[in-house]
Design a protein around this ligand. Structure first.
Ligand SMILES: O=C[C@H](O)[C@@H](O)[C@@H](O)[C@H](O)C(=O)O
Length: 434
């Protein structure tokens, strides 16, 4: 059978398209919101319930989705969740009240919770450890691309047809991708189109906790009791509010702080997302570069990227020192880059320390911690932005990331979680007292 050269990069491209569609279906509701409020007579508070329904289900379902992915495997597991999110997204068109929309979006959020754990599991299977962060950067960039594609596509569907058509189209696109995933995704060991040399390069470059299936799977309890989990989950808890803030609040910040009109918002508010894309990609290449430059090991190279991102997050933290809106946008661009660079390293670390049978469960648990913080911080922004202003909130994000960097250097050890699992050696028997 003809072999396909560099097949692993096609595989991560397939994963990236899945992340693009996941974010496209996620952001469709935000783009359609003004139309939904007008046509279904929904209040802004009722819209916030619809958004909260998605976030709550996405947050709590990440470890569950991760566990199911570890049990069913990446191919079947991700296909099941993607088909579900496609159907639930299209079913959003049936809603005729805010309650119906909230139920549909809750279902979409629950199904899309598999997106990041599945992306990491696929990266763990198809890449050697030294390229893993690059693979994560590529599939994670789909989150920013999907967020950028949503406005033009959804607005076109609404203007050309109806708001219902926007959800039907994004649902159908997701279903087509899910079927392609089922057809094309296979583990490197089963993929006949993979050359022997590339298969050896991939598998021999992985740590033993990915190469060898010892049949053991750390339980959620064991993961939660392992310090390696907290060495990743706490920095993700501290970092994720930045992502939620950059995604949800920049247009309103530019309007409230600098009086930007819609045209100015359309001209500038997307720029931090573009730099977030750059942060995903560049951030993925930094760990192997740091390993070559500084001779550090894999986990330390990720810690250096997290630290670099945390220091760069000081830039948006200084927004309050300037009056120019253009300086503010530039500082937010640095923040978008910094966040996605450090976030990619944090996502990758779940695979550096947890094995093939629990990597998605562990990543899902860190993602639940991340999104819990993001949801909490969104409520803080909503409560304080009008009184305190946004500048102190951006400064808080910088402090959170610096704290996260401190945690990762002090809590996360440079070894697989399983090595910390071994029950401590039985204490030496007391000498029999004569
Ligand atoms: O911090 C942000 C992440 O890198 C982002 O790209 C996503 O992975 C996000 O966590 C999500 O779960 O959708």
């Amino acid at each position: 059978m003809r072999k396909i050269k560099g097949l692993r990069w096609y595989m991560i491209g397939l994963v990236t398209i899945g992340t693009v569609l996941g974010y496209l279906t996620r952001n469709a509701i935000a783009v359609a919101a003004p139309t939904l409020e007008a046509q279904l007579h929904i209040t802004t508070q009722q819209y916030s319930y619809i958004v909260a329904a998605y976030s709550a289900c996405y947050t709590v379902m990440q470890p569950v989705a991760g566990y199911i992915l570890d049990i069913l495997g990446t191919k079947v597991g991700y296909a099941v969740f993607a088909i579900m999110w496609a159907i639930f997204c299209a079913a959003t068109a049936l809603a005729n009240s805010w309650g119906g929309l909230a139920i549909a979006r809750a279902a979409v959020g629950a199904a899309e919770a598999a997106m990041i754990p599945a992306g990491l599991k696929a990266s763990s299977e198809w890449f050697p450890a030294k390229e893993r962060s690059i693979a994560v950067g590529y599939f994670n960039v789909g989150s920013s691309i999907g967020a950028m594609v949503a406005p033009p596509l959804v607005v076109w569907a609404i203007v050309a047809h109806s708001w219902q058509m926007a959800f039907i189209i994004t649902g159908v696109l997701s279903l087509i991708w899910a079927l392609c995933w089922l057809v094309f995704y296979k583990h490197p060991r089963q993929q006949k189109k993979l050359s022997d040399s590339e298969r050896d390069y991939i598998l021999s470059g992985q740590e033993s906790h990915h190469q060898i299936d010892n049949g053991k799977k750390m339980s959620a309890g064991q993961i939660l009791r392992n310090r390696q989990f907290w060495g990743i989950a706490l920095p993700r808890f501290l970092a994720e509010p930045a992502w939620g803030t950059f995604n949800a609040w920049i247009p309103l910040f530019m309007f409230k702080a600098y009086g930007f009109n819609l045209k100015e918002i359309a001209m500038f508010a997307w720029m931090p997302m573009l730099f977030a894309d750059l942060g995903c990609i560049v951030g993925g290449y930094l760990p192997p570069l740091f390993q070559r430059l500084f001779g550090v090991n894999l986990i330390v190279s990720r810690k250096l990227v997290v630290t670099m991102g945390a220091v760069l997050m000081i830039a948006p933290g200084t927004i309050g020192l300037f009056t120019s809106p253009y300086v503010a946008i530039a500082l937010l661009c640095v923040g978008g880059f910094a966040h996605q660079a450090l976030s990619g390293a944090l996502i990758t670390l779940s695979s550096d320390v947890f094995g093939r049978n629990e990597v998605a469960t562990a990543n899902g648990l860190t993602g639940m911690a991340a999104w819990t913080a993001s949801t909490m911080f969104a409520l803080v922004v909503g409560a304080l932005a009008d009184t305190l202003g946004f500048s102190p909130l951006f400064a808080a994000l910088a402090v959170f990331d610096l704290l996260g960097a401190l945690v990762i250097w002090t809590v996360l050890k440079n070894k697989p979680a399983a090595e910390l699992e071994q029950t401590p050696a039985a204490p030496a028997a007391e000498p029999v007292r004569s």
